[in-house]
Design a binder for this molecule. Structure first.
Ligand SMILES: C[S@@+](CC[C@H](N)C(=O)[O-])C[C@H]1O[C@@H](n2cnc3c(N)ncnc32)[C@H](O)[C@@H]1O
Length: 349
Protein backbone atom coordinates (compact mmCIF):
# COMPACT_ATOMS: atom_id res chain seq x y z
CA UNK A 1 0.00 0.00 0.00
CA UNK A 2 1.42 3.43 -0.85
CA UNK A 3 1.26 5.85 2.05
CA UNK A 4 1.03 9.60 1.77
CA UNK A 5 1.66 12.27 4.35
CA UNK A 6 -1.38 12.80 6.49
CA UNK A 7 -3.13 16.16 6.42
CA UNK A 8 -6.04 15.29 8.67
CA UNK A 9 -8.83 17.72 9.37
CA UNK A 10 -9.84 18.41 12.94
CA UNK A 11 -13.40 19.50 13.37
CA UNK A 12 -14.06 20.70 16.88
CA UNK A 13 -17.70 20.76 17.80
CA UNK A 14 -18.82 23.49 20.11
CA UNK A 15 -19.40 22.95 23.85
CA UNK A 16 -23.06 23.51 23.15
CA UNK A 17 -23.13 20.61 20.73
CA UNK A 18 -21.16 18.35 23.06
CA UNK A 19 -23.61 19.21 25.81
CA UNK A 20 -26.73 18.69 23.78
CA UNK A 21 -27.84 15.41 25.39
CA UNK A 22 -31.44 14.96 26.33
CA UNK A 23 -31.47 16.30 29.93
CA UNK A 24 -29.44 18.83 31.94
CA UNK A 25 -28.32 15.99 34.25
CA UNK A 26 -26.98 13.85 31.43
CA UNK A 27 -25.35 16.95 29.91
CA UNK A 28 -23.56 17.55 33.18
CA UNK A 29 -22.43 13.93 33.27
CA UNK A 30 -21.17 14.19 29.72
CA UNK A 31 -19.04 17.18 30.59
CA UNK A 32 -17.54 15.13 33.44
CA UNK A 33 -16.98 12.20 31.06
CA UNK A 34 -15.21 14.49 28.62
CA UNK A 35 -13.04 15.98 31.38
CA UNK A 36 -12.08 12.57 32.75
CA UNK A 37 -10.99 11.10 29.38
CA UNK A 38 -9.27 14.34 28.42
CA UNK A 39 -7.08 14.06 31.54
CA UNK A 40 -6.43 10.30 31.24
CA UNK A 41 -6.61 9.15 27.61
CA UNK A 42 -7.47 5.48 27.47
CA UNK A 43 -4.59 2.98 27.80
CA UNK A 44 -1.96 5.76 28.03
CA UNK A 45 -1.28 4.64 31.63
CA UNK A 46 0.00 1.26 30.43
CA UNK A 47 3.33 2.64 29.22
CA UNK A 48 6.16 4.79 30.58
CA UNK A 49 7.33 5.76 27.08
CA UNK A 50 7.03 9.52 26.38
CA UNK A 51 3.61 10.31 24.89
CA UNK A 52 3.55 10.77 21.12
CA UNK A 53 6.76 8.85 20.39
CA UNK A 54 6.96 5.75 18.19
CA UNK A 55 7.90 3.76 21.32
CA UNK A 56 4.74 4.96 23.07
CA UNK A 57 2.47 3.57 20.34
CA UNK A 58 4.49 0.36 19.93
CA UNK A 59 4.38 -0.50 23.63
CA UNK A 60 0.67 0.33 23.89
CA UNK A 61 -0.17 -1.95 20.98
CA UNK A 62 2.00 -4.79 22.32
CA UNK A 63 0.24 -4.58 25.66
CA UNK A 64 -3.23 -4.22 24.12
CA UNK A 65 -3.13 -7.26 21.86
CA UNK A 66 -1.49 -9.41 24.53
CA UNK A 67 -4.27 -8.59 26.98
CA UNK A 68 -7.00 -8.83 24.30
CA UNK A 69 -5.80 -11.74 22.14
CA UNK A 70 -9.13 -12.10 20.28
CA UNK A 71 -9.68 -8.42 19.53
CA UNK A 72 -8.05 -8.22 16.10
CA UNK A 73 -9.79 -11.27 14.66
CA UNK A 74 -13.13 -10.08 16.10
CA UNK A 75 -12.84 -6.76 14.23
CA UNK A 76 -11.79 -8.43 10.97
CA UNK A 77 -9.63 -5.60 9.58
CA UNK A 78 -8.87 -7.48 6.35
CA UNK A 79 -12.47 -7.21 5.11
CA UNK A 80 -12.50 -3.39 5.41
CA UNK A 81 -10.30 -2.68 2.35
CA UNK A 82 -11.91 0.21 0.43
CA UNK A 83 -14.63 0.68 3.07
CA UNK A 84 -15.48 4.01 4.72
CA UNK A 85 -14.79 3.15 8.36
CA UNK A 86 -15.90 5.26 11.33
CA UNK A 87 -14.42 4.58 14.74
CA UNK A 88 -16.27 6.07 17.71
CA UNK A 89 -13.90 6.74 20.63
CA UNK A 90 -10.50 6.18 19.06
CA UNK A 91 -8.47 6.25 22.33
CA UNK A 92 -4.77 6.02 21.39
CA UNK A 93 -5.50 4.76 17.87
CA UNK A 94 -4.36 1.12 17.91
CA UNK A 95 -7.25 -0.13 15.77
CA UNK A 96 -7.21 3.12 13.75
CA UNK A 97 -3.77 2.24 12.41
CA UNK A 98 -4.82 -1.32 11.60
CA UNK A 99 -7.89 -0.16 9.65
CA UNK A 100 -5.78 2.12 7.46
CA UNK A 101 -3.07 -0.49 6.93
CA UNK A 102 -5.85 -2.86 5.78
CA UNK A 103 -6.87 -0.29 3.12
CA UNK A 104 -9.89 1.36 4.78
CA UNK A 105 -10.80 5.07 4.50
CA UNK A 106 -10.70 5.94 8.17
CA UNK A 107 -12.56 8.56 10.24
CA UNK A 108 -12.35 8.90 14.03
CA UNK A 109 -14.75 10.70 16.30
CA UNK A 110 -13.96 11.17 20.01
CA UNK A 111 -15.36 13.44 22.70
CA UNK A 112 -11.87 14.59 23.67
CA UNK A 113 -9.17 16.54 21.98
CA UNK A 114 -6.65 14.29 23.78
CA UNK A 115 -7.70 11.08 21.95
CA UNK A 116 -8.00 12.90 18.62
CA UNK A 117 -4.52 14.46 18.96
CA UNK A 118 -2.85 11.22 20.10
CA UNK A 119 -4.34 9.25 17.20
CA UNK A 120 -3.54 12.02 14.71
CA UNK A 121 0.07 12.05 15.94
CA UNK A 122 0.25 8.26 15.45
CA UNK A 123 -0.90 8.76 11.84
CA UNK A 124 1.65 11.53 11.26
CA UNK A 125 4.52 9.37 12.54
CA UNK A 126 3.49 6.46 10.29
CA UNK A 127 2.54 8.60 7.26
CA UNK A 128 -1.04 7.37 7.28
CA UNK A 129 -4.14 9.21 6.12
CA UNK A 130 -7.23 9.71 8.23
CA UNK A 131 -9.90 12.15 9.26
CA UNK A 132 -10.28 13.19 12.90
CA UNK A 133 -13.30 14.78 14.47
CA UNK A 134 -13.76 15.89 18.06
CA UNK A 135 -17.44 15.33 18.71
CA UNK A 136 -20.21 13.43 20.44
CA UNK A 137 -21.39 9.93 19.49
CA UNK A 138 -24.93 10.95 20.44
CA UNK A 139 -25.00 13.80 17.90
CA UNK A 140 -22.61 12.96 15.11
CA UNK A 141 -21.80 15.64 12.54
CA UNK A 142 -21.96 13.20 9.58
CA UNK A 143 -24.63 12.90 6.88
CA UNK A 144 -26.91 9.85 6.74
CA UNK A 145 -25.41 6.76 5.13
CA UNK A 146 -21.83 8.05 5.05
CA UNK A 147 -20.02 4.93 6.38
CA UNK A 148 -19.82 1.24 5.46
CA UNK A 149 -18.50 0.12 8.85
CA UNK A 150 -18.78 1.59 12.35
CA UNK A 151 -16.50 0.29 15.08
CA UNK A 152 -16.52 1.25 18.75
CA UNK A 153 -14.61 -0.53 21.51
CA UNK A 154 -15.31 0.27 25.14
CA UNK A 155 -16.86 3.68 24.52
CA UNK A 156 -20.64 3.73 24.41
CA UNK A 157 -21.07 2.49 28.00
CA UNK A 158 -19.41 5.78 29.04
CA UNK A 159 -21.93 8.00 27.26
CA UNK A 160 -25.15 8.82 29.16
CA UNK A 161 -27.61 7.93 26.37
CA UNK A 162 -26.26 4.75 24.78
CA UNK A 163 -29.46 3.92 22.81
CA UNK A 164 -29.29 7.37 21.22
CA UNK A 165 -25.70 6.71 20.10
CA UNK A 166 -26.79 3.37 18.60
CA UNK A 167 -29.55 5.17 16.65
CA UNK A 168 -26.90 7.59 15.39
CA UNK A 169 -24.78 4.64 14.22
CA UNK A 170 -27.78 3.30 12.31
CA UNK A 171 -28.30 6.70 10.70
CA UNK A 172 -24.71 7.21 9.53
CA UNK A 173 -24.36 3.65 8.17
CA UNK A 174 -25.09 3.03 4.51
CA UNK A 175 -27.75 0.38 3.75
CA UNK A 176 -26.16 -3.03 4.36
CA UNK A 177 -23.35 -1.38 6.37
CA UNK A 178 -22.02 -3.15 9.47
CA UNK A 179 -21.43 -2.21 13.09
CA UNK A 180 -19.08 -3.88 15.58
CA UNK A 181 -19.55 -2.50 19.08
CA UNK A 182 -18.12 -3.57 22.44
CA UNK A 183 -19.96 -2.74 25.68
CA UNK A 184 -19.44 -3.87 29.28
CA UNK A 185 -21.37 -7.05 30.05
CA UNK A 186 -23.75 -7.26 32.99
CA UNK A 187 -23.90 -11.07 33.37
CA UNK A 188 -20.15 -11.21 34.00
CA UNK A 189 -17.84 -12.36 36.77
CA UNK A 190 -16.45 -8.83 36.97
CA UNK A 191 -19.84 -7.22 37.59
CA UNK A 192 -21.40 -9.68 40.01
CA UNK A 193 -18.40 -11.15 41.83
CA UNK A 194 -15.48 -8.75 41.48
CA UNK A 195 -17.33 -5.43 41.75
CA UNK A 196 -20.37 -6.68 43.66
CA UNK A 197 -18.50 -8.65 46.35
CA UNK A 198 -14.68 -8.55 46.22
CA UNK A 199 -14.23 -4.82 45.61
CA UNK A 200 -16.89 -4.01 48.20
CA UNK A 201 -15.01 -6.07 50.80
CA UNK A 202 -11.79 -4.42 49.69
CA UNK A 203 -13.35 -1.02 50.36
CA UNK A 204 -13.35 -1.91 54.07
CA UNK A 205 -9.70 -3.00 53.87
CA UNK A 206 -8.75 0.37 52.37
CA UNK A 207 -9.72 2.17 55.57
CA UNK A 208 -6.33 1.34 57.15
CA UNK A 209 -2.69 1.74 56.05
CA UNK A 210 -2.09 -2.00 56.42
CA UNK A 211 -5.17 -2.66 54.30
CA UNK A 212 -3.86 -0.38 51.53
CA UNK A 213 -0.53 -2.28 51.52
CA UNK A 214 -2.30 -5.64 51.51
CA UNK A 215 -4.57 -4.52 48.64
CA UNK A 216 -1.54 -3.39 46.67
CA UNK A 217 -0.05 -6.89 47.01
CA UNK A 218 -3.30 -8.73 46.23
CA UNK A 219 -4.89 -6.60 43.49
CA UNK A 220 -1.82 -5.13 41.79
CA UNK A 221 -3.43 -1.66 41.51
CA UNK A 222 -1.22 1.44 41.85
CA UNK A 223 -0.80 2.96 45.30
CA UNK A 224 -2.06 6.29 43.95
CA UNK A 225 -5.35 4.71 42.79
CA UNK A 226 -5.78 2.78 46.03
CA UNK A 227 -5.25 5.96 48.08
CA UNK A 228 -7.84 7.76 45.96
CA UNK A 229 -10.32 4.92 46.58
CA UNK A 230 -9.55 5.19 50.31
CA UNK A 231 -10.23 8.93 50.22
CA UNK A 232 -13.58 8.43 48.46
CA UNK A 233 -14.63 5.71 50.91
CA UNK A 234 -13.82 7.95 53.90
CA UNK A 235 -15.79 10.82 52.36
CA UNK A 236 -19.06 8.91 51.89
CA UNK A 237 -18.92 5.16 52.63
CA UNK A 238 -22.62 4.54 51.87
CA UNK A 239 -22.45 6.20 48.47
CA UNK A 240 -19.11 4.54 47.60
CA UNK A 241 -20.64 1.09 48.15
CA UNK A 242 -23.70 1.69 45.92
CA UNK A 243 -23.49 -0.64 42.93
CA UNK A 244 -23.72 2.18 40.39
CA UNK A 245 -20.84 3.95 42.06
CA UNK A 246 -18.81 0.71 42.44
CA UNK A 247 -19.20 0.24 38.70
CA UNK A 248 -18.03 3.76 37.86
CA UNK A 249 -15.11 3.87 40.30
CA UNK A 250 -13.79 0.36 39.71
CA UNK A 251 -13.77 0.01 35.95
CA UNK A 252 -11.55 2.70 34.43
CA UNK A 253 -10.03 4.36 37.51
CA UNK A 254 -11.38 5.79 40.79
CA UNK A 255 -12.46 9.10 39.21
CA UNK A 256 -14.30 7.64 36.24
CA UNK A 257 -17.69 9.41 36.29
CA UNK A 258 -19.73 6.92 34.27
CA UNK A 259 -19.75 3.26 33.24
CA UNK A 260 -22.81 1.19 32.38
CA UNK A 261 -23.39 -2.54 31.87
CA UNK A 262 -25.64 -4.24 29.32
CA UNK A 263 -27.20 -7.68 29.06
CA UNK A 264 -27.51 -9.57 25.78
CA UNK A 265 -31.25 -8.85 25.72
CA UNK A 266 -30.77 -5.11 26.31
CA UNK A 267 -28.24 -5.11 23.46
CA UNK A 268 -30.74 -6.89 21.20
CA UNK A 269 -33.32 -4.28 22.17
CA UNK A 270 -30.99 -1.34 21.41
CA UNK A 271 -30.03 -2.86 18.05
CA UNK A 272 -33.58 -3.83 17.06
CA UNK A 273 -33.47 -1.61 13.95
CA UNK A 274 -30.56 -3.70 12.63
CA UNK A 275 -30.61 -7.20 11.15
CA UNK A 276 -28.25 -10.16 11.73
CA UNK A 277 -27.55 -9.03 15.31
CA UNK A 278 -25.13 -11.40 17.03
CA UNK A 279 -23.43 -11.15 20.40
CA UNK A 280 -20.26 -12.70 21.77
CA UNK A 281 -18.65 -12.44 25.20
CA UNK A 282 -14.88 -12.02 25.54
CA UNK A 283 -12.06 -10.86 27.84
CA UNK A 284 -10.92 -12.33 31.10
CA UNK A 285 -8.65 -10.43 33.51
CA UNK A 286 -6.45 -12.79 35.62
CA UNK A 287 -6.47 -10.19 38.46
CA UNK A 288 -10.13 -11.00 39.12
CA UNK A 289 -9.00 -14.23 40.81
CA UNK A 290 -6.32 -13.10 43.26
CA UNK A 291 -3.42 -15.58 43.65
CA UNK A 292 -4.71 -18.34 41.33
CA UNK A 293 -5.74 -16.09 38.40
CA UNK A 294 -2.27 -15.87 36.90
CA UNK A 295 -1.70 -19.64 37.19
CA UNK A 296 -4.64 -20.63 34.98
CA UNK A 297 -3.84 -22.08 31.53
CA UNK A 298 -5.01 -20.10 28.47
CA UNK A 299 -7.56 -22.78 27.59
CA UNK A 300 -9.36 -22.26 30.92
CA UNK A 301 -9.09 -18.45 30.62
CA UNK A 302 -10.71 -18.68 27.17
CA UNK A 303 -13.61 -20.69 28.53
CA UNK A 304 -14.10 -18.29 31.43
CA UNK A 305 -13.92 -15.34 29.01
CA UNK A 306 -16.56 -16.70 26.66
CA UNK A 307 -19.03 -17.42 29.49
CA UNK A 308 -18.26 -14.95 32.27
CA UNK A 309 -16.14 -12.36 30.42
CA UNK A 310 -16.47 -8.58 30.70
CA UNK A 311 -16.78 -7.52 27.06
CA UNK A 312 -20.04 -7.95 25.19
CA UNK A 313 -19.35 -7.67 21.45
CA UNK A 314 -22.30 -6.86 19.21
CA UNK A 315 -22.14 -7.51 15.48
CA UNK A 316 -24.99 -6.02 13.45
CA UNK A 317 -25.95 -4.96 9.95
CA UNK A 318 -28.11 -2.09 8.74
CA UNK A 319 -31.09 -3.24 6.71
CA UNK A 320 -30.91 -2.67 2.98
CA UNK A 321 -34.28 -0.93 2.75
CA UNK A 322 -36.08 0.95 5.47
CA UNK A 323 -39.16 -0.79 6.84
CA UNK A 324 -42.18 0.64 5.05
CA UNK A 325 -45.50 0.95 6.82
CA UNK A 326 -48.32 -1.05 5.15
CA UNK A 327 -50.28 1.99 3.97
CA UNK A 328 -47.20 3.34 2.17
CA UNK A 329 -46.73 0.17 0.11
CA UNK A 330 -48.27 0.08 -3.32
CA UNK A 331 -49.64 -3.44 -3.22
CA UNK A 332 -49.56 -5.66 -6.27
CA UNK A 333 -53.18 -6.52 -7.14
CA UNK A 334 -52.95 -10.13 -6.05
CA UNK A 335 -51.87 -9.13 -2.51
CA UNK A 336 -54.38 -7.98 0.04
CA UNK A 337 -53.52 -5.09 2.35
CA UNK A 338 -53.11 -7.67 5.14
CA UNK A 339 -50.18 -9.27 3.33
CA UNK A 340 -48.36 -5.98 2.88
CA UNK A 341 -46.26 -6.11 6.06
CA UNK A 342 -44.97 -9.54 5.02
CA UNK A 343 -43.94 -8.10 1.67
CA UNK A 344 -42.17 -5.21 3.40
CA UNK A 345 -40.15 -7.59 5.61
CA UNK A 346 -39.27 -9.69 2.57
CA UNK A 347 -37.87 -6.62 0.80
CA UNK A 348 -35.86 -5.68 3.82
CA UNK A 349 -34.07 -9.02 4.34
C1 LIG B 1 -12.33 3.60 27.54
S1 LIG B 1 -11.82 4.72 26.27
C2 LIG B 1 -11.83 3.60 24.87
C3 LIG B 1 -10.89 4.04 23.79
C4 LIG B 1 -10.58 2.98 22.74
N1 LIG B 1 -11.71 2.65 21.92
C5 LIG B 1 -10.00 1.75 23.38
O1 LIG B 1 -10.59 0.69 23.30
O2 LIG B 1 -8.91 1.87 23.96
C6 LIG B 1 -13.30 5.68 26.05
C7 LIG B 1 -13.19 6.76 24.97
O3 LIG B 1 -14.52 7.10 24.59
C8 LIG B 1 -14.60 8.48 24.41
N2 LIG B 1 -16.01 8.86 24.58
C9 LIG B 1 -16.77 8.78 25.69
N3 LIG B 1 -18.01 9.24 25.45
C10 LIG B 1 -18.05 9.63 24.16
C11 LIG B 1 -19.04 10.21 23.31
N4 LIG B 1 -20.26 10.50 23.75
N5 LIG B 1 -18.70 10.48 22.03
C12 LIG B 1 -17.46 10.22 21.55
N6 LIG B 1 -16.48 9.67 22.30
C13 LIG B 1 -16.76 9.38 23.59
C14 LIG B 1 -13.66 9.04 25.45
O4 LIG B 1 -13.26 10.35 25.15
C15 LIG B 1 -12.51 8.04 25.41
O5 LIG B 1 -11.54 8.40 24.47
Amino acid sequence: MSLTLATPALVTVSEQRVNSASSPLSSNIKVQVQRFWQESPCDSWFTNEPRGTAGFYRSLDEHRYKVHPRLQSAVGFEKTRGWRVLEIGCGCGSEAERFVRAGAHYTAIDLTNAAVSITRRRFQLANLEGRFVQGDAENMPFPDGSFDFVYSHGVLHHTPDTPRAIREIYRVLSPGGRAVIMLYYRQSFNYYVNLGIVRRLRAHLLRTELGIKLSRAIFGETEQDLRRHAELIRKDPGFYLEMRNMLNRNTDGPDNPLSQVFSKSSAQQMFRQFKNVKTEVMFWNPNWLPVIGKLLPHSIEDRLASRWGWHLWIFAQKRHLEFTRPREISCPEHLSANNAPVLAEALVN
